[in-house]
Design a protein around this ligand. Structure first.
Ligand code: ADP
Ligand code: MG
Length: 731
């Protein structure tokens, strides 16, 4: 099928969609009625379980107590009945291996009854423990290939849910995934360990301030904002680069993309809005509290953001969000792209990671409250974050490193690869006051009057926002903006929790030392002021409120000694520094070998993805672009001959032919160069990643530049790939 007919088909699909989806005009059920309908929530458990069993579940969630075999059987039976009522035929232990995706192996709920018929059943053992063959999941050297055993273990704190596919419904049980030797092979185990670590240290701080009454745990909370692109499905399948790599490897800039700033918050196209509503409907049924939807900066780019939740649940929900976008898009003739940079020269996608700490009684520990200068507890938590990010900015950077995110970080659309903290005027003023002595006042934003009699006066925040900062304080939480849109967020949050746990530990220890037995208000106040002063003096270099996009900041950051790890190959080795190994080990989040295995897996994933891109590029170049270019060249040559034959001066056409032939020849040469650098094998995963950055990626950039140049000359009817204008237009 040539490109023109593909395009026509895409338009036809959109039109068909309008007709077929007339069914949506019928309206939707109310959200408050469908919300969490497909989730085995605590409420569902309370309704269905005997009292003592329900209490046992609560004891696991609140105090980490175990379940006995009988209780597990009772819960499993109730869960099975609940799932059957919702049409489930299968169950799966749903987990997060280190591929960055989720994994599921479905087992039917049937049990033969011995008389040639079947019953439905789910045992406590099946609920609690599974044994997927671990050998085909990445282990980064933790296991030899022949050691196949791995286990999944039920995570009681993240509720089970049902996914309805086209012709099947499956009970998904969130689980952790470990090797036979008990080493974490997934992203959930370290996250849960890090949440325990930060909780323990935060409780020490609360005890010092006497705010621990009734509090048994400190949770971390997480709200993620997911950016994504939509492209027409038929056009997607006409682009081998999108199919294999989720990003375009060739593509000249279209005349109009985002220059007019007319897409951001623009009115949402009808088909897209219908898609969003369907996604939200499915997410509501799965108990994902989606709140916000809007057009993003680039044409074809959108955003979806749920309300924050407990970080473990939020991380699971984040995976569900990406899967739901993927599952629903084809129903509307779309493909959803969560890649960080599907289109060169056009804004990429991120996933803002809003993070805070909260008591299990619901008090947000990063809420500055009014009169912030008197809120010593808030200032203590704030300073712990400042210290943590200053000491371990390299780890945060490593936690967001990926092949896709490399195209985004550092470009002037996303935060730079240098990690710094934005605090805003009010807090910056406060930490300056603490550095000099006791803080005495809190800057206020005041009122903003609009100069019209009828418009309300607005309460102004005490500081402006800063969109360029990678780690910004945004009112009552920190927002890590450097996370890529395709990332599984459990890992960056594991890092944030662990580094903040260490700083809370440090500060709690300092405070306890200074306080001794004296817990009077005066003593607490002076001890906190002294301790925080030391922290601020040592770590204020991480605070930067200016424009992170300017070259001046790069120079300034260098003077301040802040690392600038420009790409994945530079960022990942932070995982093997002595400092990192000691940190993860001390808080029992990851052992040395678990950390090492992650470094290997992430490095290999980076190199493999780049290799797939390089091979796709060479193949598209040789088998699609080059033949089109040759055909174009032939037409030009015929035109020269025909022009001459007609007795007209062919000088100008001949010049065009010569220039074009030269460009096409250069293109062929560059394909060969790319193929050559790809052949170079490197054994060590970290070294291999370096080779990719140093040699393969530059060869890809060179090839692309000429390919995109060819696109400007080759006749439109010959060009074999849907172009950017076509891909970015959604009707
Ligand atoms: P902003 O406009 O600053 O981005 P929003 O209110 O739109 O703020 O929130 C963005 C995201 O931050 C949402 O997902 C929201 O639920 C989340 N968020 C708000 N408060 C918290 C919190 N205490 N902890 C974690 N995330 C939060
Ligand atoms: Mg935000």
């Amino acid at each position: 099928m040539d490109r023109m007919s593909v395009r026509e088909e895409a338009i036809a699909t959109a039109a068909e969609w309008e007709v077929v989806n007339g069914r949506f005009q019928a309206g939707r059920e109310r959200v408050d009625e469908i919300y969490a309908r497909d989730v085995f929530t605590l409420r569902a458990m309370r309704e269905r379980l005997p009292k003592e069993t329900f209490r046992a579940v609560q004891a696991v969630i609140e105090r980490g107590e175990g379940l006995d075999a009988h209780q597990a059987d009772v819960i499993a039976a109730a869960m099975k009945d609940w799932a059957l009522e919702r049409g489930a035929t299968h169950y799966t232990h749903w987990f997060h291996p280190l591929t960055g995706l989720t994994a599921e192996k479905h087992d039917s709920l049937i049990i033969p009854d011995g008389s040639g018929h079947v019953l439905y059943g789910l045992s406590g053992k099946e609920l609690i423990q599974g044994e997927p063959d671990a050998s085909s999941f990445p282990s980064g050297g933790l296991r030899a290939t022949f050691e196949a055993r791995g286990y999944t273990a039920w995570d009681v704190t993240s509720p089970a849910f049902i996914v309805h596919g086209a012709n099947s419904s499956t009970l998904c049980i969130p689980t952790a995934f470990v090797s036979y030797n008990g080493q974490a092979l997934d992203k959930k185990i370290p996250l849960l360990r890090s949440m325990d670590a930060i909780s323990g240290q935060a409780m020490r701080i609360l005890r010092i301030f006497g705010s621990d009454q009734g509090v048994s745990r400190v949770e971390t909370t997480l709200g993620t904002e997911q950016e994504y692109f939509l492209v027409d499905r038929r056009l997607y399948f006409a682009r081998p680069d999108l199919v294999s790599c989720e990003r375009t490897l060739f593509g000249a800039a279209p005349p109009k993309h985002q220059q007019l700033d007319d897409h951001y918050f623009g009115s949402i196209p009808n088909r897209v809005l219908a898609f969003m509503a369907e996604v939200e409907d499915e997410l509501y049924r799965l108990g994902v509290p989606v709140k916000t939807r809007h057009n993003e900066v680039a044409p074809g780019q959108y955003e979806l953001a749920p309300i924050f939740e407990n970080a473990n649940v939020a991380c699971d929900h984040q995976m569900v969000v990406m899967e739901t976008l993927d599952r629903v898009a084809p129903r509307f003739g779309f493909m959803a792209l969560v890649h960080e940079k599907p289109f060169a020269g056009i804004n990429g996608s991120g996933k803002h990671n809003n993070w805070s700490m909260s008591t299990d009684t619901g008090v947000n520990l990063l809420d500055p409250t009014d009169e912030t200068h008197t809120n010593l507890q808030f200032l203590t938590f704030l300073c712990a974050v400042i210290r943590a990010v200053h000491l371990h900015g390299d780890l945060i950077r490593a936690s967001v490193a990926s092949a896709g995110n490399d195209h985004r970080l550092g470009a002037n659309e996303a935060p730079p690869a240098i990690i710094s903290i934005f605090l805003g005027d009010m807090l910056t003023d406060l930490i300056e006051q603490i550095e000099k002595g006791a803080p005495e006042r809190t800057k206020e934003g005041g009122l903003l009057t609009l100069g019209s009699r009828t418009l309300p006066a607005l309460r102004r925040d005490p500081g402006d926002r800063n969109r360029t900062s990678p780690f910004a304080f945004t009112g009552n939480k920190f927002e890590l903006r450097a996370v890529g849109s395709s990332a599984a967020v459990a890992w960056p949050n594991t890092v944030i929790n662990t580094i903040v746990a260490e700083s809370l530990d440090h500060i709690a220890t300092e405070l306890e030392k200074r306080l001794g037995e004296d817990r009077s208000a005066d003593k607490i106040q002076s001890s906190v002021h002294e301790t925080l002063r030391d922290v601020i003096k040592a770590h204020k270099a991480i605070v930067f409120n200016g424009d992170n996009y300017t070259p001046d900041w790069h120079a300034e950051a260098k003077r301040r000694g802040l690392p600038n790890l420009r790409d994945t190959s530079e960022a990942l080795p932070a995982l093997r520094s002595d400092k990192s190994v000691a940190l993860f080990d001390k808080y029992h989040v990851l052992s040395r070998s678990e950390l090492e295995s992650r470094l290997n897996i992430f490095s290999e994933k980076f190199s493999t993805q780049c290799h797939i891109e390089a091979h796709s590029m060479a193949s598209i170049g040789r088998t699609m672009i080059l033949p089109a270019a040759m055909e174009h060249q032939r037409r030009l040559a015929e035109t020269v001959a025909a022009t001459q034959g007609a007795g007209v001066d062919a000088e100008s056409v001949r010049g065009a032919l010569e220039d074009f032939a030269e460009l096409a020849a250069r293109f062929r040469d560059k394909i060969a160069v790319l193929e050559e650098v790809c052949r170079h094998g490197v054994e060590d995963p970290v070294e291999h990643a370096r080779h990719i950055s140093a040699a393969v990626r530059p060869a890809m950039d060179d090839l692309r530049a000429i390919g995109d140049e060819l696109e400007r000359y080759v006749a439109d009817d010959l060009w074999p790939l849907p172009n950017y204008r076509e891909l970015l237009t959604i009707r």
